[in-house]
Design a protein around this ligand. Structure first.
Ligand code: HEM
Length: 159
C-alpha cells in the first residue's frame, strides 16, 4: 500500500535514521513536544474555563489576548516536533489506531478553534452577558479534544 511504502521511506530517510540512531535527537525533540503540550494545554485550559464562566473578574478580551498567542505557539511546537517524532517510527505508528484517533482530535481541535474565532471573536465584551450556547459547547469541546489528544499521545508508548 502506498502509505506503508511512504512510511518505510520516511523511516529510512536520513531524517528518520537520525531521529532513531542519534542518542540525543529523540529525547530533545520529545522535550520540545512536551514544552508545546504544556503551552497549548495550559493556555487552552485557562481560556476555555474562562469562556465557560470561571474567573469573570478577569476581562475576557485581556485573557484571550494573553493566552491565544501562547496556545498558538504551543500548537506550532507540537506540530513541528510531532512530525519529527513520527519520522522515527512512521511504520508502527501508521499501524496504531490510537495515532489516527489522536490526529483526528488535533484536526477537530484546530477546526473548532478557527470556527470559534470566525463566529465569536467580534463580540468578546458581550460574552459574559449572553454567551451563545453553541459557543459554550465549542469551549467544552475544545477542552475535551485537547485533553484527549494529550492523553492519546502519552498512551501511544504503551499500545
Ligand atoms: C500532527 C501533530 C502531532 C504529531 C504528528 C504527533 C506525534 C507524536 C509522536 C510520534 C509521539 C511519540 C509516540 C510514541 O511514544 O511512540 C508523540 C507523543 C506525544 N504527543 Fe504528539 N503529535 C502531534 C501533536 C500533539 C498534540 C497537539 C498533543 C497534545 C495536545 C500531543 C501530545 C503528545 C504527548 C503527551 C506525547 C507523549 C510524550 C511522552 O510521553 O514523552 N501531540 N506525538
Amino acid at each position: 500500500m502506498i502509505t506503508a511504502q511512504w512510511a518505510a521511506w520516511l523511516e529510512h530517510s536520513p531524517l528518520g535514521e537520525w531521529m532513531r540512531t542519534s542518542g540525543s535527537a529523540y529525547p530533545i525533540v520529545n522535550l520540545i513536544h512536551l514544552a508545546g503540550l504544556v503551552l497549548l494545554l495550559g493556555a487552552m485550559l485557562l481560556l476555555d474555563l474562562r469562556l465557560l464562566g470561571l474567573a469573570r473578574k478577569f476581562p475576557l478580551p485581556d485573557v484571550s489576548a494573553l493566552l491565544t498567542p501562547l496556545a498558538a505557539g504551543g500548537l506550532a511546537l507540537l506540530l513541528a516536533s510531532g512530525a519529527l517524532l513520527f519520522a522515527a517510527d512512521a511504520g508502527p505508528l501508521l499501524d496504531n489506531p490510537l495515532f489516527f484517533i489522536k490526529l483526528a482530535c488535533i484536526a477537530l481541535g484546530i477546526a473548532n478553534a478557527l470556527l470559534f474565532r470566525k463566529l465569536w471573536s467580534g463580540r468578546p465584551e458581550a460574552w459574559d452577558l449572553a454567551a451563545p450556547a453553541l459557543g459554550r459547547v465549542q469551549a467544552a469541546a475544545s477542552l475535551a479534544l485537547w485533553i484527549a489528544a494529550g492523553t492519546l499521545g502519552r498512551l501511544l508508548a504503551y499500545f
